[in-house]
Design a protein around this ligand. Structure first.
Ligand SMILES: Nc1ncnc2c1ncn2[C@@H]1O[C@H](COP(=O)(O)OP(=O)(O)O)[C@@H](O)[C@H]1O
Ligand SMILES: [Mg+2]
Length: 338
């Protein structure tokens, strides 16, 4: 039977810009088109949809929300708890929701905390340190060069430009200062992984299932070497996604297995996406896990659909069904036949 699904999200158009914003300040927020795609997908199988919007709108709509479950894709506006705000409120009011809870979203938005979970679980991730320009960068850098400097708690390649790969102390200092100043947060500095890049979507809970591997191609080649995924490449759509990745089955299985282990390591639920670089010797490194991957029709997450013969609407409802099932709002086929 159809359910009433609440939708929480943060739109790009709701971002209040200030003069010192970096150009990519609102990059992670959603387009209105993504919200209407999700709505259409849910309605296509008989659900009704109640658009709610941001955490602040959610607070205004409470306590009588009246929905069966909230499908949450709200990114929040600032700080490393921004993605945790909506799930924490929903938890407080005991309203079921799709996707990871507040704790997982906090752990994973701060990439260094997630990396510590991966290391504790024996999963490979690039060596790293967290830095501000007040730190003694020479003493912190026990890795050597080249290094890669990125934001600690942003996504969508925010803050990443061709200068993010650094080869010496001056460049390192400059990039750490830039991240601190423009993004108001420490920088995450990692060993640079020269090689190829992949991402693996996951859906489900008991067990989570890895989707076909997607490979990134930039300037028409998958042999990225020293190339990487900058904000400009994302904005100008210069990255191509290939699914299934044209790689041997052994590597694909290895990435899928690691992706599921990373998902379990930080207690993801219903859906998620794990980003990898694979070095020139074939060693995979987990860059990060995204418990709230972008669900727009153009983004990489939904791209495994055609490889499995699934439409966009089917992919989205597959995620929703996992959340309904986990919350006892949907019967499995086996249970309904009893
Ligand atoms: N250690 C690294 N070595 C090489 N490239 C990297 C490294 N870390 C990140 N990158 C590049 O930067 C991009 C964005 O990094 P990622 O950690 O996935 O953050 P985001 O949340 O912005 O997607 C990656 O897709 C990759 O191209
Ligand atoms: Mg990423």
């Amino acid at each position: 039977m159809g359910k009433l699904i609440g939708l929480t999200y943060d739109l790009k158009s709701d971002w209040k810009s200030s003069p010192d914003d970096p150009i990519d300040a609102a990059a992670e927020l959603d387009n209105a088109r993504t919200i209407s795609s999700l709505k259409t997908a849910f309605e296509s199988v008989g659900h009704k949809v109640k658009p709610i919007g941001s955490a602040k709108n959610l607070l205004k709509a409470l306590p009588n929300l009246g929905v069966d479950l909230v499908f949450n894709i709200a990114e929040g506006h600032c700080g490393r708890n921004r993605e945790s705000q909506v799930p924490a409120i929903l938890d407080l009011y005991r309203i079921p929701f799709a996707g990871a809870d507040a704790l997982t979203l906090g752990i994973t938005l701060d990439k260094t905390i997630a990396k510590k979970c991966f290391i504790a679980d024996g999963l490979p991730t690039a060596r790293f340190f967290k830095a501000t320009s007040d730190d003694d960068l020479k003493a912190l850098n026990t890795i050597g060069y080249p290094l890669f400097v990125k934001t600690l708690h942003e996504g969508t390649s925010k803050g990443i430009s061709k200068d993010s790969r650094v080869e010496n102390f001056e460049q390192l200092k400059k990039q750490v200062e830039r991240i601190n100043r423009a993004y108001k947060q420490p920088a995450l500095v990692e060993e640079f992984i020269k090689g190829e890049e992949f991402t693996v979507g996951i859906i489900g809970n008991h067990p989570p299932v890895a989707m076909p591997v997607v490979q990134y191609s930039i300037h028409g080649t998958t042999k990225l070497g020293n190339e990487f995924y900058t904000y400009r490449y994302v904005a100008e759509k210069l990255v191509e996604y290939i699914c299934p990745a044209p790689i041997d089955v052994k590597l694909a299985r290895k990435l899928q297995d690691m992706a599921v282990r990373a998902y379990r390591s930080v207690d993801c639920r219903d859906f998620g996406r794990v980003d990898f670089r694979v070095d020139e010797k074939g060693n995979p490194y987990i860059l990060e896990i995204n418990p709230l991957p972008n669900l727009s029709q153009e983004d990489v997450f939904v791209l495994f659909g055609p490889a499995l013969g699934l439409t966009y609407n089917q992919v989205i409802n597959k995620i929703l069904d996992e959340a309904l099932l986990r919350n006892g709002l949907l019967q499995t086929e086996a249970a309904s036949k009893k």
